[in-house]
Design a protein. Structure first.
Length: 201
């Protein structure tokens, strides 16, 4: 299973269990361009998580990335480049998805680059100013595709979970007095079953 398939599979299983989840995206990864990043946003829009965190790539001391950066093989984003990418992500992101983070600051003692990320307030103020100046908001340029294949997987997973619960119920009933309170609760819960809920015995 490739990374993309694993992402959709995990999201489908979480939806089937009615578990809210958050997607974490890092901007500025080596070898990733704007189109790749927007494709990731499109995938997020498809699976409709509870929220998303957008994070700048940090170069920290003692890491492989630090070695690449110090050898000149890994460029880092300037503040303006990051803000430009960030605005593209925010405007392409569904307004139904909560933004939990739009920047970050690495540990001051470990951070090699970009140093401008330490001034988080400046980054946020500049972002607000640019979006106001360009008359932009979250979701203004978003396209929220309905992925029939993905949601069919969610439905299939929900059905599988339901069958698994009912198999456990049948095993439970075979070991119980059918007139006991416990057995009656099991049968009652069958009629009100929803993925992500639990039975009261």
């Amino acid at each position: 299973m490739n990374v993309k398939s694993a992402f959709y599979d995990a999201a489908a299983k979480l939806h089937a269990r009615k578990l809210p989840f958050i997607v974490h995206l890092i901007l500025g990864l080596p070898g990733e361009n704007r189109l790749d990043l927007l494709e990731s946003i499109r995938a997020v829009n498809q699976v409709q998580p509870f929220g998303v965190k957008l994070q700048l790539l940090h170069i920290l001391r003692g890491t492989d990335l630090a070695l690449l950066y110090e050898s000149g093989k890994l460029p880092v984003l300037t503040q303006e480049e990051y803000l430009d990418l960030l605005i593209s992500c925010i405007t392409a992101l569904s307004p139904n998805i909560c933004l939990h983070r739009i920047t970050g600051d690495g540990p001051r003692k470990l951070l090699i680059a970009p140093q401008w990320s330490l001034a988080k307030r400046n980054v946020l103020n500049r972002l607000h100013a640019l979006m106001k100046q360009r008359n932009l908001r979250q979701g203004k340029k978003s396209w929220i595709p309905f992925c029939r294949r993905f949601w069919s997987v969610v439905k299939k997973e929900s059905k599988r979970l339901k069958n698994k619960i009912f198999q456990s119920r049948d095993l439970c009933l075979r070991t119980l007095d059918t007139n006991s309170t416990c057995a009656k609760n099991v049968r009652r819960n069958e009629d009100n079953y929803e993925p992500g809920t639990s039975y009261t015995l």
